[in-house]
Design a protein around this ligand. Sequence first.
Ligand code: ATP
Ligand code: BTN
Length: 240
Amino acid sequence: APYPVLVKPVIHSTNQFLLEQIAQLEKGQLCLAEYQYAGRGRRGRDWLSPFTGQIILSAYWTFPPHISLNGLSLVIGIAIAETLQAFGAQRIGLKWPNDVLLQGRKLAGVLVEIANRKNGLLNLIIGIGINLALPKQANINQPWAELREILPHFDRDEIIIALVQRLYHYLDLFEQKGMAFFHSRWTEWDAFLNQPVSLISENSSQHGIERGIDSEGYLLLETEQGLVRFNGGEVSLRRA
Ligand code: ATP
Ligand code: BTN
């Protein structure tokens, strides 16, 4: 089905824009941009979106109110990874809970925000940023990657169309079957499976071996105290 699309050359943040328009949106509404001057990541962090090339996409989606959102960003990550793979990208992995990596460097990020709208539904703005080409000296404080490293030729619009189709299909599956349906598939993409990692929260960090996720999308960390599970909102995963 065709979905309404807003295309903005320059915008503060496509997620923020859809949040502001929430009362007028219909499910599936997309906002695309060329450049964001206030792109954002999780917990108030910045997402750099220069003019040199990115997929900057936000989508409005709804679920019935009883649906658990645990694992949703993992499912979105699978949709991104599989779409890029279908265009020939190799050496891609997922980092729990919301990053797409290329050889350990961040290629894409996912930001899901919950919106208020008195319609009795869960209202979500799903933001996706995928680096196609960044400036040589991009001001990013962790290792990053861009799609042109592995795909010399690609059509951005074709990738966007394929991504949205796959994403919306997976969002329907997530609603119908839950996170458990995607459990084994996410594990196949897990860039840190069975590797030593640190899980960092505001005032502490815990070390262990990453043992994938449980059926609800919680991260499993094998520590000296046994297997501990973590929720994506609380912690950041780092290679130990
Ligand atoms: P985690 O999600 O595991 O907590 P994170 O460091 O990836 O950790 P996020 O909030 O997901 O944090 O992403 C925001 C971070 O991504 C920024 O702080 C910056 O380091 C990095 N970043 C910003 N813009 C880009 C970009 N265009 N490409 C790659 N990385 C970026
Ligand atoms: C992250 O890794 O923390 C998430 C990055 C999400 C970036 C995308 S770009 C489109 C949408 N608009 C935003 O301001 N952020 C998301």
